[in-house]
Ligand binder design. Structure first.
Ligand code: B12
Ligand code: SF4
Length: 472
């Protein structure tokens, strides 16, 4: 049996950034592999970091399909079927467009695979596999341990990626999540003790939680963070604006080792937020979010979307200026992308505004619809301008200087420049297969900002909160 994560484009694409695609291993496929009989001969190939073998003859081929790798995934599926393999396709894009995928597969899978895949394996063994499996039972209880032994840790900067929940309780119009989790629960977590046991199995210090929203279930997150205290971990994760401001969960996260957080700011315009159904951001002060995370020594990866209907030509400069002035460490800019299955896609399709269905272009860098107040060319130009400007040396230095603590400023410089300014060095490290040697460096940059004004403020914030919690 062979599991394949195809890459979005060939490595010759001008957008190909080896370091970006050498971050995380294919966790979804390693999760599915856990259901195999231990005697099954299985390989896992990730085209982002290795050349795929095409001359082999596995009996069963499982391919994970995202929107941007869909056409590559279909070609690989056709190739393996022509060589006699049974091909199973699943993942986000298959869930959004099952009929399209079915033309290239023997079986297709809609939604998460934790319950459908083991059922399929039983059906296949009995000689009665179905053409289509749809997930309706949704739980992460009693899962077999992820087959991390199939992952070559040397090929990834962050082999310790982990997910302890699935989905998210919110419903933003442009997000993949409502379509993917249709037909069952769209937000659920592991048991805390199982999550802690998985963390304990991971070597090294650094973890990256790929959960859509790690703070979404406050009780679960608090127990998790308390359980992690004293484990000596440093970790990165994602959460929403409102969850950072609510209560004192974020302090627990910091105490457990949270050092960098992906935050979906998306836009500075309340009208645009309302239009995108991102209600949880409405009326929240982004300044307070930044200040609170900064006080705790947590770096921010801010996510911003351009091309929402009310965006005009000023949106790019406004956003970049705010991000720099606020000391956002790294920024991820996106051109609004209407993924099939989302409310945004349905609305735009109904209005006749979708301009291409070439899924290769649905990579959040290309404009695939007719924007409201901007032309498509203006939007793409503005998007690239925002990236170039945010990551100019003078802007990196200016953003770093926005932090209260000099140590935090230095970390900001190291992290931001390290991510965007040393592409050639990263390429070299990847070519000579030495990414693992860079992990201590990453852990160093993510280590706590000890001493100085910042630490005093964090400690006093902590004791105030501890006192509040104790009712004093
Ligand atoms: C990590 C990640 C990446 C990593 C690498 C992916 C990797 N190595 O797995 C990197 C940084 C490279 C990346 C890049 C991009 N990503 Co990305 N990424 C993610 C993220 C945050 C987590 C994925 C993950 O590991 N989930 C946890 C595992 C357990 O779940 P899973 O992978 O979905 O697998 C389960 C099911 O899908 C299913 N399943 C999957 N395959 C199969 C096959 C079969 C046969 C079966 C039965 C089941 C099955 O079973 C698994 C277990 O339940 C998701 C967000 C998300 N929450 O999914 C976005 C996400 C997948 N990315 C997205 C996008 C748009 C991109 C980029 C285009 C962004 C960009 N501008 O560069 C690129 C393109 C990548 C590409 N190759 O095409 C979108 C995809 C939208 C869509 N409709 O397809 C998502 C959903 C983010 C978002 N909110 O919009 N990404
Ligand atoms: S908060 Fe994030 S993960 Fe949740 S629905 Fe909105 S965009 Fe999706």
């Amino acid at each position: 049996m062979k599991l394949i994560l195809p890459a979005l484009t060939e490595a010759t694409s001008p957008y190909w950034r080896p370091i970006k695609y050498s971050l995380f291993p294919p966790l979804g496929l390693a999760t599915l592999a856990a259901y195999l009989d231990p005697d099954t001969e299985v390989t896992l190939e990730d085209e982002h970091v290795q050349r795929l073998r095409l001359d082999d003859t596995p009996d069963l081929v499982v391919i994970q399909v995202y929107i941007t790798n869909a056409s590559r995934a279909y070609r690989l599926a056709d190739h393996h079927r022509a060589r006699g393999a049974y091909v199973a396709l699943g993942g986000l894009h298959v869930t959004s467009l099952p009929d399209e995928a079915a033309a290239h597969a023997d079986s297709i899978f809609l939604g998460p695979g934790e319950h459908t895949f083991p059922r399929f394996l039983r059906d296949l063994a009995a000689g009665r596999p179905l053409r289509r499996y749809e997930s309706s039972t949704r739980t992460l209880q009693d899962l077999p341990p992820i087959r991390r032994d199939l992952i070559d840790r040397r090929l990834y900067l962050v082999p310790n990626s982990i997910v302890v929940s699935r989905g998210c309780p919110h419903h933003c119009a442009f997000c993949y999540k409502d379509a993917f989790f249709a037909g069952g629960r769209s937000f659920y977590t592991q048991r805390v003790d199982a999550a802690l046991a998985e963390i304990a199995r991971l070597p090294g210090r650094h973890l990256y939680f790929l959960d859509d929203h790690l703070l979404a279930d406050a009780r679960f997150a608090r127990d998790l963070f308390r359980g992690m205290r004293g484990m000596g971990r440093v970790f990165q994760a994602a959460a929403t604006v409102d969850s950072i401001l609510r209560g004192d969960l974020i302090e627990d996260a910091a105490a457990a080792g949270l050092r960098s957080l992906f935050v979906g700011f998306e836009t500075l315009s309340p009208d645009a937020l309302a239009g995108a159904g991102k209600r949880q951001n409405l009326g929240r002060s982004y300044r307070d979010v930044v200040r609170r995370l900064d006080d705790l020594g947590i770096m921010i990866n801010g996510s911003f979307v351009f091309g929402l209907d009310r965006d005009d030509g000023d949106v790019f400069a406004r956003t970049v200026d705010w991000a720099v002035r606020s000391g956002i460490t790294t920024a991820t800019f996106h051109v609004l992308t209407p993924y099939p299955g989302t409310a945004t896609f349905a609305d735009m399709a109904a209005q006749g505004r979708i301009t291409t269905r070439d899924w290769n272009l649905y990579d959040t860098r290309h404009v695939v619809y007719r924007p409201g107040r901007l032309s498509a060319a203006e939007l793409e130009r503005g998007y690239w301008w925002a990236y170039r400007t945010f990551y100019r040396w003078d802007r990196i230095v200016q953003a770093a200087a926005a932090h209260a603590s000099p140590k935090h400023a230095l970390k900001h410089l190291a992290y931001s420049a390290g991510w965007k300014k040393f592409e050639r060095a990263w390429n070299f490290v990847i070519r000579v297969r030495q990414l693992a040697q860079m992990r201590p460096l990453l852990e160093g940059v993510l280590s706590p900002v000890g001493g100085g004004r910042h630490a005093e403020r964090s400690t006093s914030a902590r004791s105030t909160l501890d006192a509040r919690r104790a009712g004093t």
